[in-house]
Every structure is written in structure tokens, then in C-alpha cells.
Write a protein that binds this ligand. Structure first.
Ligand SMILES: O=c1[nH]c(=O)n([C@H]2C[C@H](O)[C@@H](COP(=O)(O)O)O2)cc1CO
Ligand SMILES: [Zn+2]
Length: 160
């Protein structure tokens, strides 16, 4: 028998895991996922959500109005969750993220030892947060690039 040819690449695999992780998010507007990889092994995963133990039904997913009644001061970003959930040293690891990280996440990425970022969407390119991220990442020698896999969709069938 010949080997199966439809297998996915490492890059497609790990970006797929990041997008799958994003599916755990309860944010009705934006679901972000992150997957940290070292030596082709997953060592951390995360998605955006309220801190552990928060009562989801008490928290608000609003985006506008009094800041204290919006999600923004409370939600933990996917990248930070992936870092905090990681199971070993992140030195020289790669983080796959569905969205280019904000400046706060970029700082955490640098401090954790992650050395490469592969992102799918940069829909906030040109924003102050993205510009600040680009500046500190370059300054800290953390490389970043867009996803280069061919797959834009992966179907996961639960079957025998
Ligand atoms: O780096 C990030 N990582 C991350 O997980 N997020 C989360 C926080 C919010 O739950 C959501 C952004 O919400 P919105 O698009 O409604 O502003 O994405 C947001 C950013 C900033 O781009
Ligand atoms: Zn962030």
C-alpha cells in the first residue's frame, strides 16, 4: 500500500489546533485560539475567556458602555491562557495564534521565552496595539509571520 497523501502539514495541524481551541471561547464576537509548540509537540493551548471560577452568567460580554460593565477588563486573552496553561519551559517555542497578538500578549510572549509567532489574521493591522506589538517583538528578536499552510478549512469527523 502507498502512504496516504492527504495528510496535513505541521503548520496546518497546529493552526488547526489553535482554531479548534478558539471554539471553546464563549465570547459571542471574537473567538481567539492559541497553541504553543516545541519540537513539533503541543505544550500549551488557550482561548479567550473569563478567569477560572468566574460565573459566566454573571459576567457581561458587552463591548460598549461603562468599561466596568464590558468584557474588556476581565477577559483573559488566548495567548496568555496558553502561556499560563503550558506544561514546560517555553524557551525557543513557537506560538500559533488565530489573531495577531495585542501588545499585552506580546509582552507576555517575550517574557515567557517564546521565539516565534505564526498568526492567521491581522485584521487590526495599523492599530496602535499592533504597532506596539511589532515594535517590542522586533526589539526582542521574536520573529512573526503569517500562516503559510494551504488549508483554510479542516473538517473533523467523529466516526468509526
Ligand atoms: O490579543 C488578543 N487576544 C485575545 O484573546 N483577544 C480577545 C479578547 C476579547 O475576548 C476578544 C476581542 O473582542 P472584540 O473583537 O469584541 O473587541 O478577543 C483579543 C486580543 C487583542 O487583539
Ligand atoms: Zn492580547
Amino acid at each position: 500500500m502507498e502512504k496516504r497523501l492527504e495528510y496535513i502539514s505541521w503548520e496546518e495541524y497546529f493552526m488547526g489546533v489553535a482554531f479548534l481551541s478558539a471554539q471553546r471561547s464563549k465570547d459571542p464576537t471574537t473567538q481567539v485560539g492559541a497553541c504553543i509548540v516545541k519540537d513539533n509537540k503541543v505544550i500549551g493551548m488557550g482561548y479567550n475567556g473569563f478567569p477560572k471560577g468566574s460565573d459566566d452568567d454573571f459576567m457581561s460580554w458587552e463591548r460598549e458602555g461603562d468599561i466596568l460593565n464590558t468584557k474588556y477588563p476581565y477577559v483573559v486573552h488566548a495567548e496568555l491562557n496558553a502561556i499560563l496553561n503550558s506544561i514546560k519551559s517555553l524557551d525557543n517555542s513557537t506560538i500559533y495564534v488565530t489573531h495577531f497578538p495585542c501588545n499585552e500578549c506580546s509582552k507576555a510572549i517575550i517574557q515567557s521565552g517564546i521565539s516565534e509567532i505564526i498568526y492567521f489574521s491581522d485584521k487590526h493591522k495599523g492599530s496602535d496595539s499592533t504597532k506596539a506589538s511589532e515594535l517590542i517583538l522586533k526589539n526582542a528578536n521574536v520573529s512573526y509571520r503569517k500562516y503559510e499552510g494551504n488549508k483554510l478549512k479542516l473538517e473533523v469527523l467523529f466516526k468509526d
